[in-house]
Design a protein around this ligand. Sequence first.
Ligand SMILES: Nc1ncnc2c1ncn2[C@@H]1O[C@H](COP(=O)(O)OP(=O)(O)OP(=O)(O)O)[C@@H](O)[C@H]1O
Length: 715
Amino acid sequence: MTSAGTQERPGPGAPGPDGASVSRPGAGSPAGSGGNPMTKSAERAKAPAGGRRVRGFFGRVRMAEPQVSDAERELFGGPLRYDMGWSEHEHAQLDLTMLSALRSMPGLVGATLRMAWQANRRALLAVTVSEVGQGIAAAVGLLAVNAVMHALLGSGTPAERLHAMLPGLAVAAGAAGAGSVLAGWSTARAGRLEPLVERIATTQYLAAAASVELEAIEEPEFRRLIDVAQYGAASARRMIGACVASLNGGVSLISTAGVLTVLHPALLPMLILIAAPRGWGAMRVAQERYVSVMSWVEHVRAGRLIGNLLTERTAAQEVRIHSVGPFLLGRYERMAESAEAEQERLASSKAVTEWVAAALSGVAMAATYGTMFWLIMGGHMNLAVAGTAVIAVRSGSASLGALVMNVNQLHEESLYVRDHSRFLDEAARRTIPRGGGPVPARVGQVTLDRVTYRYPDRADPALDEVSLTLPMGSVTAVVGENGSGKSTLMKLLSGLLLPQGGTVRWGDAEVASLDRSQLFDRVALLTQDFQRWPVTAAMNIRIGRPAHEAGPDDLMPSVEYANAGPVLARLPEGLQSLLARVFRGASELSGGEWQKIGLARTHWRSSTATADGVLIVDEPTSALDPQAEIAAFDRIRRLASPDLAVVLVTHRMSGVRHADRIYVLHRGRLAEQGSHQELMAARGRYAAMFDAQAAQYAPAPVVPRPAPPTVADPA
Ligand SMILES: Nc1ncnc2c1ncn2[C@@H]1O[C@H](COP(=O)(O)OP(=O)(O)OP(=O)(O)O)[C@@H](O)[C@H]1O
């Protein structure tokens, strides 16, 4: 058996969608993992024992609803359920039987081998040759042992018999040596193959995820598929190991079976009888483990989420000041106890299953030896053959047991690999189309004409027949209350979303017919939650147009434009300072300082543009102090140039009054439009919003303070 076949699966700790780390089932035995500090309690008595699981011992393992602890009910109103990959497999996996596993084998092995072939065909060939070679070496070794037995139990003096044994011993030693050399070679080549396969699968996954339409990313169903598929790459890697181990088991089994058949035809069925209970036991333990993890992991998820909250930086203040720490810790312990009880139950159940399998196998072994005894006594088998048969039966039953386990593992891993390919297919269908017409260098203006857009899971449209025009060189403001459709409008403008009704035109060209990557190239984006890349300050600016080479001097105009000089001056390495708190020696910026870096990035992108474009600025000043905010709005307005249209989305009304044109959205519809003066004169929504904000800054009326109560002099 090669070490590749016994690869360690990753333990618990894969990050969940919200940062709470969860393990996927099968990735380590629940009985052996966990690592939670757990305490004993009365709750263990209520633990999800056999009652939740309806099964006869030899029947199918069934899944029932996991029990939920009081603490989970109190905190989450029920169990925490992520839409993770393995929960999708609940039923598929439970159909796992020897037959279904064997039926799906050829397809699975074929798919994995194709990936391995694509990764490194030489390594794949080497692994195959060495595994087949090991099987042949094992068969030769057994035959040599048979020759040794014959010599040992044959006629002649002890010296003559020893002498007769020597050739057989030499062949057996040679076969063992060749087998171990081949095993080492196989391990080394499989070790080369596995990371390559994982890389290919990971690259496919990441590339597909990065190139799908934004609409797909925002769809819960597709997001779920992304989460589900993330385990596919590691599973593909493990499938290589399982394939190698299965090949090894298969070849060893065939060679042992061949030798046994040559020795005596009755021995082969006996071998199967010995190994079958062990195979059943392995399969059953795997099923039980899966079903158990399904219920156990619910508690672990909840517990880990709480654990993360206790250590998270963002929660640190409330954890301390509101005494949330001891409260959550208590709930954490109660959830951990539920998980512990389930793991304990599983360990006992596993022990019973293994014991029953071993007992059945022992009975079959006794029957085999009894048959051999009977054959020897009846003169149908000589002692030398019987000795070889004992060795062959032992190694053959080990090979068969390992084969069953590896086929089982192959089946389990294939569920995740299948998700991976399902995701790739779906992503290919939803990928941003390549090609399309070129975006003209000079467009004059960008126009939205009665644009309508409704999110898939919403009844009402987020935008309903909205029309507006953005002339190059102008500053346009879009205002409206929360949820009025401003951000959706920006996504349509930038080409991230395509309108479901109406048209978006760059000059005369309709966006739907244009090359989208060229379109993205024309858009600059500065949003409130712009990406804070964990790279150097210089790269955080340059990443606005990463393909454009830039030295520190090239970036200085952008730094100066954003007034980010004083921010950089405070950093230990200036522009070369790493802005990633998680790494050693890195610096952290405040929200306002980051916004200056964001502004510099936007300037860098705009200043390196060579054709007409649109700059979208969405709530750019939320973290800036009042003075910095005034300066930032002024700077953003100054960015408008003959080849750039600036669109400003903000709730700060003071920032929009100088815009050339202001559009007011209300519940997805265009409610008003005009200049500041026109809209104020119209006394509509805009004027009401402006006045409401202005009133906050008006001098407060003097409210007379009530006279202090007179206290009677006790004297
Ligand atoms: N990804 C999405 N999926 C479903 N509905 C969405 C999605 N994004 C936004 N919406 C809904 O569309 C409507 C418009 O949202 P949008 O984000 O465009 O408003 P907004 O004016 O930018 O709001 P805010 O001022 O709060 O940022 C809202 O009702 C919102 O709930």
